[in-house]
Design a protein around this ligand. Sequence first.
Ligand code: SAM
Length: 210
Amino acid sequence: MIDLNAAFALTGPEDCARLYAEWAASYDTGFADSLDYRLPAHVAAAFLAHGGTGPVLDVGAGTGLLAGHLRDMGFAGEIDAVDLSPAMLDAARAKGLYRTLRQADITRPLSFDGPYGGIVSSGTFTHGHVGPEAIAQLETQAAPGALFVLSVNEGVYRAMGFDAALAQRPGVTLLVVQIYGPAAAEKDPDHAAQRGLIAIWRHGGDGVAG
Ligand SMILES: C[S@@+](CC[C@H](N)C(=O)[O-])C[C@H]1O[C@@H](n2cnc3c(N)ncnc32)[C@H](O)[C@@H]1O
């Protein structure tokens, strides 16, 4: 079984693809259910609370947990997935949640099926994963006024420069959420208390309400 220390210590795209190839089959049960992983639900709720509309690009979609929560919360628009890991995308594809699933590195120039009305992400901007340089790539796929709702692990927010990158976008709202529920305290005490910052803004806009 993969532990979070291994995931947080990734050193680049090849390392990442290797780890997620191994993790994909057990990710939903061995990780998400086991630790009561709540971040995708928080991002989905924030997207809908701020009036998000489709089509949506789910960035670092993994096995599709965020799209699953959007559907459970009543979102009926189109959702596309992008992820570096073919194995994670295969697990997501099997759930039938997405219009299109694409394998790509989001730190590189992108060409998708947008422009998108919403760009969402949970768990991808974290230790050993993706830094703020991807935001400019994602903006190339966003429609004017598109709603961005991206989680950033609190532990990398300043260390990787998300604070500076988001200061350049007008009207970013930050929500602070617990990444895991109470079950994590016993199963993974080292990571159980970690928090996510959910950054919310309108592309090219003046800010979001709330
Ligand atoms: C912790 S998982 C989160 C998956 C899902 N969003 C969730 O919340 O369960 C992080 C995902 O980011 C993907 N990822 C990491 N680096 C990436 C990159 N440079 N481009 C695209 N996806 C990447 C990984 O393959 C993995 O599926």
